[in-house]
Design a protein around this ligand. Structure first.
Ligand code: SAH
Length: 376
C-alpha cells in the first residue's frame, strides 16, 4: 500500500503547475496538450481568470472550459502552489509563511496587517542575498539564487489562499499592498520582478494596482530608472546613512554606487513628483546614524525630492554589531524630519514574537530549526 501511494504522489509531482505563469507561458502549455494556435490566447485568458481571479485549485471548477479540455489539462498539469513548510501567526495579526520551492530552497513571506482592513505582503525576490549589509541578517545566508516570476507570484497566491480572499472581486480585502522587502535584492532579479508585477497588477487577475506595489532596493543605481519605466511601481530606497563614508560601511553596495550616483538615479525615476513619492528607509542604529546632525544631513540630502522617510528601529539579531537607538532619540530624529515637512513614521516593530521583522527572515528559521534539533 505505501508503495502504491508513493508511486501515485511521485507521478502527481511530475505534472507541472500552471500557477505563476504569464499569459504567454499559459498559451505555450496549452499548445503542448494540443490546443490549436488560433485558440490558445482565448483559452489562456480563461485559465488566467480561473487561476488569478478565482484562485482555482482544481480544473474541474472551470465551468466555462469544455469538459474534454478540462480533462486534458488535469492529465498534464496541476494548480499546486509551492509547499508551506511552516506558518506562524503573531499576536498582532502578522502572518509568516516559510515556503519550500520545488528545488527544496526556502523563502519567507510576511503579511503585515494595517489599520482599517488593509495590509501589506512582504515578498522575497531571491533565496538569500548577495549584498552584505552589516545590520541585516539575510546577508549571512549561504545559498543565493534568483526566484522565478512564478515563485514570486506564488507567494501572493499562498497569502490570498490563507487569508481566504478569493475571488479577487471581493473588495473588502486585507491584502491590499505588496512590498518587495523580503529576502533578496529585487534589482538583481529585475526581469523576474517585472514579469511578476505584470501578473500581480493585471486587472483580470490578482489586481493589485502598480501604485500599491513598492520595490525596495539597497541602491542598484543603473537599474532604478529602468525599474520605474518597466513596472510603474513605487520606489523605496534603503538609505540608512547620509555620507558615503558611513554608507560604505552599512551598505557595502555604496562603494559601487555612491550617494551621488544613487541620487542621480532616483531623480531620474519616471513620474517622480507626479503625486509619486520615494520612500526612504532609515534603520536607527544607536550612536551610528541617529544624531540630530544626521537628521539635518538627511533633510539636506533629500532636498527637492518628494519623499517619505520610514524610520525603522533596528531589529537586533544574535551577534549583530549594532544596537537599536533609544526611543527618545528616534522620536527626536523623527521630530526634526517632521519640522522639515517630511512624513516620517516610525515603523513599529511587528510580528516580533514570530521573528517576522525586517532583516530577520529565513536565517532565523534555519537557526530555530538547528536549535530544535539540538534540543531533541
Ligand atoms: N534588498 C532590498 C530589500 C530587502 S531589505 C533593500 O535593501 O531594500 C528590506 C528592508 O529591511 C531594508 O530597508 C533593509 O535595510 C531593512 N533591514 C534589514 N535588516 C534589518 C534589521 N536588522 N533591522 C531593521 N531593518 C532591517
Amino acid at each position: 500500500m505505501p508503495v502504491l501511494l508513493d508511486h501515485r504522489s511521485a507521478a502527481q509531482n511530475a505534472r507541472p503547475t500552471l500557477v505563476g505563469l504569464t499569459r504567454a507561458e499559459l498559451a505555450v502549455r496549452l499548445g503542448e496538450i494540443g490546443v490549436e494556435p488560433a485558440r490558445q490566447a482565448m483559452r489562456a485568458d480563461q485559465l488566467w481568470r480561473w487561476i488569478y481571479h478565482h484562485g482555482a485549485r482544481d480544473f474541474s471548477a472551470m465551468t466555462n472550459v469544455a469538459k474534454e479540455l478540462r480533462g486534458a489539462l488535469a492529465d498534464a498539469f496541476v494548480l499546486d502552489r509551492p509547499t508551506v513548510s511552516a506558518r506562524q501567526v503573531s499576536t498582532d495579526g502578522t502572518r509568516k509563511w516559510l515556503i519550500r520551492l520545488a528545488d527544496g530552497a526556502e523563502v519567507e513571506t510576511v503579511f503585515i496587517p494595517d489599520v482599517a482592513r488593509s495590509g501589506a505582503l512582504c515578498v522575497s525576490s531571491q533565496v538569500g542575498c548577495t549584498l552584505t549589509c552589516t545590520f541585516c541578517h539575510t546577508g549571512t545566508q549561504r545559498l543565493v539564487r534568483n526566484l522565478t516570476a512564478a515563485e514570486i507570484v506564488a507567494q501572493v497566491m499562498i497569502a490570498r489562499d490563507d487569508l481566504g480572499e478569493w475571488p479577487t472581486s471581493n473588495d473588502d480585502r486585507l491584502l491590499t499592498n505588496i512590498v518587495f522587502m523580503g529576502m533578496g535584492e529585487p534589482l538583481y532579479n529585475l526581469d523576474n520582478v517585472v514579469a511578476a508585477i505584470d501578473i500581480i497588477a493585471d486587472g483580470d487577475g490578482i489586481s493589485i494596482s502598480r501604485r500599491r506595489i513598492t520595490v525596495s532596493t539597497a541602491g542598484v543605481a543603473p537599474k532604478i530608472p529602468e525599474l520605474g519605466a518597466r513596472t510603474g511601481a513605487m520606489l523605496a530606497i534603503s538609505l540608512h546613512a547620509t555620507s558615503d563614508e558611513l554608507r560604505d560601511q552599512l551598505v557595502p553596495l555604496n562603494k559601487k554606487y555612491d550617494l551621488e550616483s544613487l541620487f542621480a538615479a532616483i531623480r531620474a525615476y519616471p513620474s517622480l513628483g507626479n503625486a509619486k513619492r520615494v520612500t526612504f528607509e532609515y534603520v536607527m542604529l544607536k550612536g551610528v546614524n541617529d544624531a540630530q546632525a544626521d537628521a539635518k544631513a538627511l533633510v539636506r540630502l533629500l532636498k527637492n525630492i518628494p519623499a517619505k522617510i520610514n524610520l525603522i528601529p533596528f531589529n537586533p539579531w544574535p551577534g549583530a554589531p549594532y544596537e537599536c537607538s533609544d526611543w527618545d532619540v528616534i522620536e527626536a530624529f523623527a521630530a526634526h524630519l517632521n519640522r522639515a515637512g517630511y512624513a516620517s513614521p516610525i515603523r513599529t516593530p511587528r510580528g516580533r514574537d514570530i521573528l517576522a521583522a525586517c532583516g530577520q527572515l529565513k536565517s532565523e528559521t534555519i537557526k530555530a530549526r538547528a536549535s530544535a534539533r539540538v534540543d531533541a
